[in-house]
Design a protein around this ligand. Structure first.
Ligand SMILES: *Cc1c(COP(=O)(O)O)cnc(C)c1O
Length: 398
């Protein structure tokens, strides 16, 4: 883990301005105001000299759709600017970004350290698929930095973590993480989907690589899948090589929708931060609610750390109601505004009951071992009027 060398140019403009303008030429093709969609799978050469310019002299140009696209480059440049990173690679999905990035740095016989309380498919990738190529995943309890340090040996290549976590919104102590990673000389990969660059920038706090499911807050409209990895050029170059081979590229139209979504991202996040805190407080005071998990609630175990490292608590609120599985089902069925569904971060408020919506393949015992209890909910706060969302939850709670 090296000192973050994220680029600091353009930092004088506020994030709302940069989300609209950064990473793109002011004058665009055909004088278009918005980003053109280069809907092409390949690029052509003028003549043999043009080919040789590229193949022999490596002149920068677009070659083939799996290796790059001008619309995608705008999305990547803009994300890099927002995250204060040297560079960015966009992917077809968050999982494509995570899997390609991890695979870049491991070989059979290596191991990685993963914090528990993580995204379900990340867990599955580590437990099942890395194992198939003889890479061991060492799960450590989130927040236990002694266990993390102890889990690392000479064959450990990286630490994979999230902040805030899914679903309990635990917050990583970046200073402690950095200390361990530097001492043990391992890379740190942080899934920052729940933070977004508005609320926290892990690279500035010493992480090596930041991962995003851009499907969520960054694109923000529940209409595309996209992923990204950000960090130092030297690391990204390695990931890019594997990305070219595995091929999980974002398509140009999707990249355009991501660029469009990013323009309103800081505005949406500000609203989601504000509404989520208000909803978290409402839930905490409701007699039918057992416990609320939100980083900016005083009662949250990671409140002080969250306040230190984050500028907003985020758009996700997790909570447990009183009762049992039947009470949970009644609550869900009574909702009329909040949609029941997986995913998060978009303009529509979505609620998920992890036990029946996401972890349905697990037995009750397996679910309880990872904290997915019968009365746990995860609410992704949209940008509707907050009073309307609260009224809906109130009706549900009865
Ligand atoms: C959704 C999500 C992912 C996976 O992203 P996709 O875009 O759905 O592939 C990974 N990590 C976190 C924290 C997520 O919320």
């Amino acid at each position: 883990m090296a000192k973050n060398s994220g680029k600091k140019t353009k930092r004088e403009k506020s994030i709302s301005t940069r989300a609209i303008h950064a990473g793109e030429a002011r004058r665009k093709y055909a004088d278009s105001l918005t980003t053109p969609i280069f809907q092409t799978s390949t690029y052509t050469y003028k003549d043999v000299a043009d080919v040789e310019d590229f193949t022999l002299r490596h002149k920068q140009r677009f070659e083939y759709g799996r290796y790059g696209n001008p619309t995608t480059t705008v999305a990547e440049n803009r994300l890099a600017d927002l995250e204060a990173a040297e560079g960015c690679i966009a992917f077809a999905s968050g999982m494509s970004a995570i899997t390609t990035t991890v695979l870049t740095f491991v070989e059979p016989g290596d191991n990685i350290v993963v914090t528990d309380d993580c995204y379900r498919r990340t867990r599955k990738f580590c437990k099942v698929y890395l194992k198939q190529i003889s890479v061991e995943s060492r799960f450590v309890a989130f927040g236990d930095y002694n266990a993390m340090a102890k889990a690392i040996d000479a064959k450990t290549r990286l630490i994979l973590s999230e902040s805030p976590t899914n679903p309990y919104l635990k917050v990583l102590d970046f200073a402690k993480l950095k200390k361990i990673a530097v001492k043990k000389n391992v890379l740190t990969l942080i899934d920052s989907t729940f933070s977004t660059p508005v609320n926290c920038r892990p690279l500035e706090l010493g992480a090596d690589l930041v991962l995003h499911s851009a499907t969520k807050f960054l694109a923000g409209h529940n209409d595309i899948l996209a992923g990204a990895v950000l960090g130092r050029r030297e690391l990204l170059d390695k990931i890019k090589e594997l990305h070219k081979t595995l091929g999980g590229v974002i398509d140009p139209h999707c990249a355009f929708l991501l660029v469009r979504g990013l323009k309103t991202f800081p505005l949406r996040l500000a609203k989601q931060n504000e509404s989520a805190l208000q909803i978290a407080r409402f839930l905490e005071n409701h007699p039918r609610v057992d416990k609320v998990y939100y980083p900016f609630l005083n009662s949250h175990s990671y409140y002080r750390l969250a306040k230190k490292q984050m500028t907003g608590g985020g758009g996700i609120v997790s909570f447990k109601i009183k009762g049992n599985l039947a009470s949970s089902k009644r609550f869900l069925n009574a909702l009329k505004l909040c949609y029941i569904g997986p995913s998060l971060g978009g303009v529509e408020t979505l609620i998920t009951h992890p036990a029946i919506v996401n972890f349905y393949e697990y037995t009750r015992k397996q679910r309880y071992q990872i904290g997915i209890t019968d009365t746990l909910f995860r609410l992704s706060v949209g940008i509707e009027n907050v009073e309307d969302i609260i009224a809906d939850l109130e009706r549900g709670l009865g």
